[in-house]
Design a protein around this ligand. Structure first.
Ligand code: SAM
Length: 336
């Protein structure tokens, strides 16, 4: 576990400076640094759920790296491009001789990240524990070390060869996802108020607006980097962007359509429960006669939840990889 490895090591060394701001990149909800006053910590977390948990615990937070720090702790994210972008930001935003501490699980790629860091920096210490590693290095020469990271990705929306803006680590960063393309091809004209739930960088919304002119199109997405990209990809006036958790987001009034290609991973593991929770969330958002338009990988078990939450469930189309559903009229539980 991150905390166990990091905290026992921090308690046994004096690598962090006694004063100044500590940036914790990809901060986690249980963050607690022994011997470091909370006011000195700036917790950077672009995902709405964990970000909110950190705010509730009283941390100073940021959605993106936008300060200068006197030391950085980077918890390795699963997405390599995002990890590299964090590394670039860390090196650029600390003074000479300041430490960068990296902590991560083997399953998130800490071993190859260590190799990459060894090629560029003088890694001082490596601690292996609890299926992961922690290592640290100092920024040795201001200009020299900045030069070593210039080729790494930027943590900002960039236009890709697909013509869309994406950012490191966002879902399907190289271009449209095949499942979303399949869903977009089968969507009819959508009227009224439409929600793109888990909107990512806005592909489905862009395609909806090619065919339909809804009264409002709400893009709900937890990843702030993806929301920033969506704002560039979807410029129609009816679009409203919500950096929020799809499972708790509430519109002002019930909506006519929900369109989604829901997430089905928690970390690296496939976890169909997240997609199933998205289906329940969609049902709660919809008008009594509202429609859900859903694409999923063929192996994902969504049928039972669909039948439990909607009065009518129609398979729309399928390929060897994907299946599409149109579900209408959500069943209302008395609890709402
Ligand atoms: C399979 S992707 C689909 C993205 C986009 N709709 C598309 O078709 O390209 C699922 C998206 O849901 C987002 N997501 C995951 N958990 C979320 C949550 N609890 N609330 C809102 N969005 C979430 C992910 O960041 C990701 O962008």
């Amino acid at each position: 576990m991150t905390d166990e490895r990091l905290n026992s090591w921090l308690a046994s060394v004096s690598v962090l400076p006694d004063v100044g701001r500590i940036g914790v990149f990809n901060a986690w909800p249980e963050l607690d640094l022994p011997g470091v006053e909370m006011e000195r910590v700036r917790a950077v977390q672009p995902m709405a759920g964990p970000h909110k948990a950190l705010v509730e615990r009283g941390f100073n937070t940021a959605k993106v790296v936008n300060y200068r720090y006197d030391a950085v702790i980077l918890r390795l994210p699963r997405q390599k491009a995002l990890a590299l972008a964090y590394l670039k930001d860390a090196v650029r935003r600390i003074p000479d001789n300041a430490p960068i501490i990296v902590d991560g699980q083997k399953t998130d790629g800490i071993e190859s990240f260590l190799k990459l860091c060894r090629k560029r920096f003088d890694v001082r210490e490596v601690v292996s524990k609890a299926h992961g590693k922690l290592f640290w290095f100092e920024k040795a020469g201001l200009e020299e070390d900045v030069m070593k990271v210039l080729d790494l990705p930027e943590m900002t929306p960039r236009e890709t060869s697909s013509g869309f803006c994406t950012a490191p680590g966002v879902f399907s960063a190289d271009g449209p996802d095949a499942a979303s393309v399949f869903l977009a091809e089968h969507l009819p004209v959508l009227r009224g108020c439409v929600v793109d739930l888990g909107a990512g960088w806005g592909y489905l919304s862009r395609r909806i607006l090619e065919k339909s002119q809804p009264d409002a199109l709400h893009l709900v997405e937890a990843d702030y980097l993806a929301v920033q990209c969506a704002e560039k990809n979807v410029t129609d006036d009816v679009a409203v962007f919500h950096w929020d958790d799809a499972l708790s987001w509430k519109p002002e009034r019930a909506v006519d359509h929900v369109v989604m290609n829901p997430p089905f991973h928690q970390g690296r593991a496939v976890d169909a429960r997240l997609g199933q929770d998205f289906i329940r969330a969609a049902a709660r958002l919809l008008e009594p006669k509202g429609s859900l338009w859903l694409v999923a990988n063929r192996h994902l078990p969504y049928e039972t939840v669909l039948e439990d939450t909607f009065r009518s469930v129609q398979p729309l189309a399928q390929t060897p990889s994907f299946k599409l559903f149109h579900a209408t009229s959500p069943k209302r539980s008395r609890k709402g």
